[in-house]
Ligand binder design. Structure first.
Ligand SMILES: [Zn+2]
Length: 142
Protein backbone atom coordinates (compact mmCIF):
# COMPACT_ATOMS: atom_id res chain seq x y z
CA UNK A 1 0.00 0.00 0.00
CA UNK A 2 1.37 3.36 -0.94
CA UNK A 3 0.31 6.79 0.14
CA UNK A 4 -0.41 9.18 -2.65
CA UNK A 5 -0.71 12.91 -2.32
CA UNK A 6 -3.63 14.26 -4.29
CA UNK A 7 -4.32 17.83 -5.22
CA UNK A 8 -7.88 18.86 -5.88
CA UNK A 9 -8.61 22.26 -7.33
CA UNK A 10 -12.17 23.45 -7.39
CA UNK A 11 -15.21 24.03 -5.22
CA UNK A 12 -15.30 22.34 -1.86
CA UNK A 13 -17.26 22.41 1.37
CA UNK A 14 -15.96 23.27 4.80
CA UNK A 15 -18.27 21.82 7.36
CA UNK A 16 -18.46 21.33 11.06
CA UNK A 17 -20.83 18.72 12.31
CA UNK A 18 -23.06 18.87 15.34
CA UNK A 19 -21.60 16.07 17.42
CA UNK A 20 -23.49 14.83 20.42
CA UNK A 21 -23.61 11.87 22.77
CA UNK A 22 -26.44 9.42 22.53
CA UNK A 23 -27.20 6.69 25.02
CA UNK A 24 -27.51 3.10 23.85
CA UNK A 25 -27.99 -0.14 25.75
CA UNK A 26 -26.48 -3.55 25.25
CA UNK A 27 -26.90 -6.93 26.88
CA UNK A 28 -23.84 -8.06 28.84
CA UNK A 29 -22.79 -10.89 31.09
CA UNK A 30 -21.72 -9.77 34.60
CA UNK A 31 -18.70 -12.09 34.24
CA UNK A 32 -17.65 -10.23 31.10
CA UNK A 33 -18.00 -13.26 28.82
CA UNK A 34 -17.57 -12.20 25.25
CA UNK A 35 -20.58 -13.53 23.43
CA UNK A 36 -23.47 -12.31 21.34
CA UNK A 37 -26.72 -12.20 23.26
CA UNK A 38 -30.24 -11.96 21.89
CA UNK A 39 -32.85 -9.62 23.29
CA UNK A 40 -35.00 -12.50 24.53
CA UNK A 41 -32.07 -14.26 26.20
CA UNK A 42 -31.94 -14.17 30.02
CA UNK A 43 -28.82 -16.17 30.81
CA UNK A 44 -25.28 -16.22 29.49
CA UNK A 45 -24.68 -19.13 27.14
CA UNK A 46 -21.10 -19.46 28.41
CA UNK A 47 -21.32 -19.21 32.22
CA UNK A 48 -25.05 -19.30 32.93
CA UNK A 49 -25.15 -15.97 34.80
CA UNK A 50 -28.13 -13.71 34.52
CA UNK A 51 -27.61 -11.18 31.74
CA UNK A 52 -27.86 -7.47 32.44
CA UNK A 53 -28.58 -4.39 30.42
CA UNK A 54 -25.72 -1.93 30.29
CA UNK A 55 -25.96 1.57 28.91
CA UNK A 56 -23.17 3.26 27.05
CA UNK A 57 -22.67 6.52 25.26
CA UNK A 58 -21.81 6.86 21.60
CA UNK A 59 -20.74 9.98 19.79
CA UNK A 60 -23.08 10.77 16.93
CA UNK A 61 -21.71 12.71 14.00
CA UNK A 62 -24.68 13.20 11.72
CA UNK A 63 -22.69 14.68 8.87
CA UNK A 64 -20.37 11.67 8.60
CA UNK A 65 -23.30 9.31 8.87
CA UNK A 66 -25.20 11.10 6.14
CA UNK A 67 -22.22 11.04 3.80
CA UNK A 68 -21.58 7.36 4.44
CA UNK A 69 -25.14 6.44 3.53
CA UNK A 70 -25.29 5.04 0.03
CA UNK A 71 -27.14 7.89 -1.57
CA UNK A 72 -24.35 10.38 -0.93
CA UNK A 73 -21.22 8.29 -0.85
CA UNK A 74 -20.65 8.73 -4.59
CA UNK A 75 -21.37 12.44 -4.55
CA UNK A 76 -19.11 14.10 -2.06
CA UNK A 77 -16.03 12.70 -0.38
CA UNK A 78 -14.51 13.51 2.99
CA UNK A 79 -10.85 13.96 2.17
CA UNK A 80 -9.83 15.31 5.52
CA UNK A 81 -11.42 16.64 8.64
CA UNK A 82 -14.27 19.01 7.83
CA UNK A 83 -13.52 19.10 4.10
CA UNK A 84 -15.74 17.64 1.41
CA UNK A 85 -14.86 17.65 -2.26
CA UNK A 86 -16.80 16.67 -5.35
CA UNK A 87 -16.25 13.06 -6.30
CA UNK A 88 -13.64 13.04 -9.06
CA UNK A 89 -15.45 10.51 -11.18
CA UNK A 90 -18.59 12.56 -11.58
CA UNK A 91 -17.23 16.02 -10.93
CA UNK A 92 -16.18 18.49 -13.55
CA UNK A 93 -13.43 17.92 -16.04
CA UNK A 94 -10.31 17.56 -13.96
CA UNK A 95 -8.08 18.18 -16.95
CA UNK A 96 -9.48 21.63 -17.58
CA UNK A 97 -6.92 24.33 -18.20
CA UNK A 98 -6.26 26.10 -14.93
CA UNK A 99 -3.23 28.05 -16.12
CA UNK A 100 -5.23 31.17 -16.78
CA UNK A 101 -8.38 30.61 -14.79
CA UNK A 102 -10.30 33.79 -14.12
CA UNK A 103 -12.88 34.87 -11.61
CA UNK A 104 -15.77 34.16 -14.00
CA UNK A 105 -14.76 30.52 -14.38
CA UNK A 106 -14.38 30.19 -10.63
CA UNK A 107 -17.81 31.72 -10.19
CA UNK A 108 -19.22 29.29 -12.74
CA UNK A 109 -17.73 26.28 -10.98
CA UNK A 110 -19.10 27.42 -7.63
CA UNK A 111 -22.55 27.83 -9.22
CA UNK A 112 -22.27 24.39 -10.79
CA UNK A 113 -21.30 22.94 -7.41
CA UNK A 114 -24.28 24.58 -5.69
CA UNK A 115 -26.60 23.31 -8.37
CA UNK A 116 -25.13 19.81 -8.66
CA UNK A 117 -25.16 19.20 -4.91
CA UNK A 118 -28.14 21.30 -3.88
CA UNK A 119 -29.97 18.38 -2.23
CA UNK A 120 -27.06 17.21 -0.20
CA UNK A 121 -26.02 20.76 0.71
CA UNK A 122 -29.44 21.54 2.13
CA UNK A 123 -29.50 18.22 3.98
CA UNK A 124 -26.05 18.95 5.39
CA UNK A 125 -27.01 22.47 6.46
CA UNK A 126 -29.70 21.07 8.72
CA UNK A 127 -27.24 18.94 10.66
CA UNK A 128 -24.15 21.12 10.73
CA UNK A 129 -23.01 24.01 12.87
CA UNK A 130 -21.13 25.54 10.01
CA UNK A 131 -21.16 25.00 6.26
CA UNK A 132 -19.48 27.16 3.69
CA UNK A 133 -18.51 26.63 0.06
CA UNK A 134 -15.08 27.72 -1.09
CA UNK A 135 -13.06 27.43 -4.25
CA UNK A 136 -9.41 26.57 -3.94
CA UNK A 137 -6.72 23.97 -3.55
CA UNK A 138 -7.30 20.97 -1.30
CA UNK A 139 -4.40 18.62 -0.75
CA UNK A 140 -4.93 15.27 0.84
CA UNK A 141 -3.46 11.81 1.10
CA UNK A 142 -5.09 8.76 -0.34
ZN1 LIG B 1 -21.13 -15.26 31.11
Amino acid sequence: MSIEKITYIGPYIKISSKIYDQEYTRIVCPNKCKDTYYSDQNFCSKCGSELKLQSYMRKIDEVSELIIRDEFVDELVFVKENTLIANHRIGFNENRDLSNINIDQIDEEIKWFHYRYQNIISALRRISNFLEIFWGVVEYYN
